[in-house]
Design a protein around this ligand. Sequence first.
Ligand code: NDP
Length: 283
Amino acid sequence: MAEIIDGKAIAARLREEIRQGTEQLKAGGVTPGLAVVLVGEDPASKVYVSMKERACAEAGIYSDEHKLSAETSEESLLGLIAQLNEDERIDGILVQLPLPEHIDERKVLEAISPSKDVDGFHPYNVGRLATGNPLFRPCTPYGVMKMLESVGCDLTGKEVVVVGRSNIVGKPVALMCLAAHATVTLCHSRTRDLPEVVRRADVVIAAVGRPQMIKGDWIKPGAVVIDVGVNRIGEKKLVGDVDFASVSERAGAITPVPGGVGPMTITMLLYNTLESAQRRARG
Ligand code: NDP
């Protein structure tokens, strides 16, 4: 049976480090600040935003919440972002996605100052990541890298297969693995013979959004398997993109769902906010 990579425990350790880092900064007169902007009433987004607020409070980070109605115009949202860009108490700005249809998501993300873009979605930060000089790394992929690090998985020379090429997970995690000297294959819906490609992998990272798609007989014995997928089955049950029962019989280590990558995403948001505040403190 594979070792279970405990995302909750890794996240708790990191959050304690972040809390200590925040305390140190506060002793020097700088309080890290995160602005969270929510537009509209999407129930899942509301839950994420309240989780982020709670996590900030626990870490000692000042959180500045802006809950705007679904009718908010693009212009007034851009106005708020301009204001937050100038606000010296704010080190990070997070706009909860998705935005209502009448607002151009790309325009909004590009309006955030790259030096406060703690989600790492601004093209400037995407470019810095791609050129090997990151300022902010996107939170979920960064969490994946921290998990690999915490189980002592050195990627140098390893075959990493990433399944999924989205801008928020697949592509950035592939770039991060490349920067860590892995040989990276990035797969997607047009990849031919996906099981055969996955069989080459020393490390598999699944970010597809298809319940239990990756099966045990796709896995090289001993491989490390990171499951980013979160899929709801019925009312309550959450499963990943990996068929945990069969894959855990062959893998060397595996993340569960829930309790794997999930708890790392908000943790890395706090981490990025603290780093941004540390830059402010250095001046
Ligand atoms: P997207 O829907 O944006 O991207 C999915 C990717 O999977 C696409 O690149 C798509 O290919 C590829 N894909 C779809 N079907 C197949 C297939 N049959 N074979 C191979 N590739 C396929 O998803 P996200 O990246 O946003 O999210 C992926 C998963 O991760 C979801 O379950 C999401 O809920 C979860 N997630 C979890 C987070 C966390 O905090 N734990 C954070 C973010 C996401 P193509 O490009 O060709 O269409």
